[in-house]
Design a protein around this ligand. Structure first.
Ligand SMILES: *Cc1c(COP(=O)(O)O)cnc(C)c1O
Length: 359
């Protein structure tokens, strides 16, 4: 599919852009352009691919996304390489997962090539928004929503796919800080048969109250337990977990449909195995977490995802009390895995897996 290019009537002045990307923080410095592709069942599917100015999207008040929440998204990054080029990390995996999310939400799949072309075009077009700071990236947000004006309850027949970019600074501006986790008490993120494995906005909406509870308890993030037994550790609101143990084993909760299949998670499984560790995808209970943290069997707990890469969990709290993991600081494996993964992504460490895709 060819992308129509609509010129920007008033691109951000160079001085303004340079000032904005000198210290962009995370999530507010948007670039000038966006990619849009429309879907209409009556027109035979995907059509009108376009790169143009980033602007507000007009929606009919009856657009189904506003009522029944058919919406999915992805989170990816473009990295600056030492040779001056830009690169993506395993973008085909994002395309595949996007379509898995689409199937679960009764939305149309997008051809993987169209997804990847859209992402690359957005990055190429706004490459000069890459922050010239250590650890800076262009955070890429592809998403799709139901745009059809219709109040009956059924899958919509019209959708919009959009790619926007956010200029992002180093997530670890003040170094990596171990996170303090609150164990969700009265809330779950996902139930068997639900939408936990889909990257859909509703999962995030449902996590906001327990996340606020975590903050109110003086914690940084909430960890969710399984919906049935309220016993098995699943994941954080947006990060997967690994338990690094003294006997050379590493446990990560299995993908049974209630956990988001993270691409960082998948990459870490491969990297930890290369370290000679025995990675097992098996259930890990909250009781085991506490006992192994207290008796020294548990060396580290790692949280991982595209935004924060690999972050150590330092402390876990619940109404039953708190426990620290290891020294409560940054463990050796967290440090090593984070440096290696960032190194591969930024082209400073050899990419032996073919994970890096040049834009
Ligand atoms: C996106 C996401 C992750 C992390 O996935 P990555 O592909 O590693 O970025 C983990 N959990 C949830 C709930 C997510 O939405």
């Amino acid at each position: 599919m060819q992308f129509t290019s609509v010129p920007h009537p008033a691109p951000t002045h160079e001085n303004v852009r340079k000032a904005a990307i000198a210290d962009p923080g995370f999530g507010t410095v948007f670039t000038d352009h966006m990619v849009t592709v429309d879907y209409d069942e009556a027109k035979g599917g995907w059509h009108s691919a376009q790169i143009g100015p980033r602007e507000a999207i007009a929606l009919d008040p009856a657009a189904s996304v506003l009522h029944y929440a058919q919406e999915i998204f992805e989170g990816m990054k473009a990295y600056q390489h030492p040779d001056g080029g830009l690169a993506l990390f395993r973008p085909e995996e994002n395309a595949r997962r996007f379509n898995a999310s689409a199937r679960r939400m009764a939305m149309p799949e997008i051809p993987e090539k169209l997804f990847l072309d859209a992402v690359k075009l957005a990055v190429e077009t706004d490459a000069d928004w890459m922050p010239p700071v250590e650890g800076g990236t262009l955070y890429i947000r592809p998403f799709m929503f139901a745009s059809e004006a219709f109040l009956g309850v059924r899958p919509a027949k019209q959708y919009k796919f959009v790619v926007i970019l956010v200029s992002s600074g180093n997530y670890f501006k003040n170094g990596v800080n171990p996170v303090h986790i609150w164990v969700a008490q009265d809330y779950v993120r996902a139930a068997p048969g639900g939408t936990g494995a889909a990257k859909t906005g509703g999962n995030y909406a449902a996590s906001l109250v327990p996340q606020a509870e975590a903050i109110a308890q003086g914690c940084d993030q909430v960890v969710f337990l399984d919906a049935i037994e309220h016993k098995w550790v699943e994941e954080l609101g947006g990060m997967n977990l690994f338990f690094v143990r003294q006997d050379g084993s590493v446990i990560t909760p299995p993908l049974t449909g209630t956990i988001l299949p993270g691409i960082t998670r998948d990459s870490l499984i491969a990297m930890l195995r290369e370290e000679g560790l025995e990675v097992r995808e098996e259930p890990y209970s909250i009781q085991q977490w506490r006992e192994e943290a207290e008796n020294g069997m548990l060396l580290e707990t790692l949280a991982c995802g595209t935004a924060a890469v690999v972050t150590p969990v330092g402390k876990v709290s619940s109404p039953d009390g708190s426990f620290e993991i290891g020294t409560g600081g940054i463990g050796q494996m967290a440090q090593k895995m984070r440096e290696r993964l960032v190194g591969i992504q930024t082209g400073e460490v050899a990419d032996t897996h073919g994970w890096v895709v040049k834009v």
